[in-house]
Design a protein around this ligand. Sequence first.
Ligand SMILES: Nc1ncnc2c1ncn2[C@@H]1O[C@H](COP(=O)(O)OP(=O)(O)OP(=O)(O)O)[C@@H](O)[C@H]1O
Ligand SMILES: [Mg+2]
Length: 262
Amino acid sequence: MSAVPPVPPSSRIVAVTSGKGGVGKTFVSANLAAALARAGRRVLVLDADLGLANLDVVLNLFPKITLHDVFTGKSSLADAILPAPGGFSVLLAGSGMVEYSRMTPEVRDQLQAVISEVAPQFDHVLLDTGAGISDVVLYTVSLAGEVLLVVTPEPTSLTDGYATIKVLATTQGRRHMHLLVNHARKSGEGRAVRQQLQQVVERYVNPGLDRPVRLDLLGEIPSDAAVRECVQRRQLLLEVLPGVPAAQAMVAAATRWLASTP
Ligand SMILES: Nc1ncnc2c1ncn2[C@@H]1O[C@H](COP(=O)(O)OP(=O)(O)OP(=O)(O)O)[C@@H](O)[C@H]1O
Ligand SMILES: [Mg+2]
C-alpha cells in the first residue's frame, strides 16, 4: 500500500465495541450505517472482527475479496470495498482465520493504512469490532476517533462494559464514549443503564484521572423479535421492516449521532 493520506476532520471514525460478546454490535453497525446512508451520508462499515467476521452473513453477501486479500497484496483496496444493501459500503473480513487472533506488527500497520486510506472517501467509518479487551480489539479501537459502546441491561454485560470503559480510559485516555443500550426491556431503561454505569465510573474510575469520563446515551434499542427474524433471513432490518420498534430506535440513534460532536 502506498503513502497514507491524511484523514480530513470531517471524517468520523467510530469503533462499535463491547465488553461482552453477542450484545448486538454487528446488528447496530449495519443498521446505523443504513440509517446514516438514508440521511445522505457516505458510510463505510469495516468488519474489524478480522478472524471471526459476521457482517457478510448479516448482509447476505458472499465476498470474493476481503481485507485478507488486501493485507496479503492479492487485491487492491478499491476492489475490496463493496456495496451493501442499505446504501452503504463495506470492507469484509474472513472467518476462522487464526492468524488474526493476535495483532502482529504487520497487521497493525496494514489495518491502520487501510483505515487512513478509506476515511477521506466517507463521512462516517464504522469499525465493527470483536468483543472484549484483547490486544486485537483494543488496537482497533485505538484507530477510531470515537467509541460507541454497546451494552445490554444484563448484569454480565454491564460488568464487562464497565471493564471496557475503565481500560479505554486508562490505556487510551478516552474521556468520552457514546453508549447504546440494546435489548432494552422497557422504555427509559437506556437512561437508567447509562446513569448506573456513569455512577460506577464516577466512583471507581474518575478519581484517578485528570479529566472525568463522560458517557453519552446515543439510544436504547428494544428487544424485538423482528431483529432475530431478520438475522435469520439474512436481511437488513432497516430495509425490510423499517417500521418496527427496533428499526425506529436505530433511526433515532442515527439522528442523535449526527447531532453529536466527535
Ligand atoms: N434488539 C434486539 N432484539 C432482538 N434480538 C437482537 C437484538 N439485537 C441483537 N439481537 C440478536 O442477537 C444476535 C447477536 O447480535 P450481533 O451478532 O449483532 O452481536 P455482536 O455483538 O456483533 O456479537 P459478537 O460479539 O459475536 O460480534 C443477533 O443475531 C440477533 O439475533
Ligand atoms: Mg459481531
